[in-house]
Design a binder for this molecule. Structure first.
Ligand code: MG
Length: 158
């Protein structure tokens, strides 16, 4: 039996007229995440962590933003495909830990809903950890121009 770790990172611009969707949850806010898909940076970061650990490339290779197929895509559907892919390759997903870095709004009231939404992609709810923090007012995140998400995961090869 062996283990593999993976790291994921994603950032998206905050813009007016867009929904703020993170971990499949629509969070009420005056701005949302700009993107070819729904801009769900939490899902995207977890996807890259899983693909990295599995040695399956990255999100841009699997779901190119030049393809109209993924325009306005529900990112939980993309994550679902990647979870299936990992399992098909013989990996068990031990855990996923993510950090959302966002100045506003407050994310903690939505974490449980995110875990439940992510569990619908095939991840075990007890294997998901989501944390959130501000960037203490610094940089593009601090100015509210965008957000970033970091994720790590551990895969076990059965
Ligand atoms: Mg993205």
């Amino acid at each position: 039996m062996s283990y593999r770790v993976g790291a994921g990172y994603d950032s998206h611009r905050l813009a007016e007229g867009r929904k703020l969707i993170l971990g499949g949850v629509d969070i009420p806010f005056e701005k949302g995440l700009l993107g070819h898909s729904d801009g769900d940076a939490l899902c995207h970061s977890i996807i890259d962590a899983l693909l990295g650990a599995a040695g399956l490339g990255d999100i841009g290779g699997l779901f190119p933003d030049t393809s109209s197929q993924w325009k306005d895509a529900d990112s939980t559907e993309l994550l679902k495909k990647v979870v299936v892919l990992c399992k098909e390759k013989g990996f068990e997903i031990v855990n996923v830990d993510a950090v959302i870095i966002i100045e506003k709004p407050k994310i903690s009231p939505h974490v449980e809903a995110m875990k439940h939404a992510l569990a619908k992609t095939g991840l075990d709810i007890n294997s998901i950890s989501i944390k959130a923090k501000t960037n203490e007012g610094m940089g593009f995140i601090g100015r509210g121009e965008g957000i970033a998400v970091q994720a790590v995961c551990l895969l076990k090869i059965r």
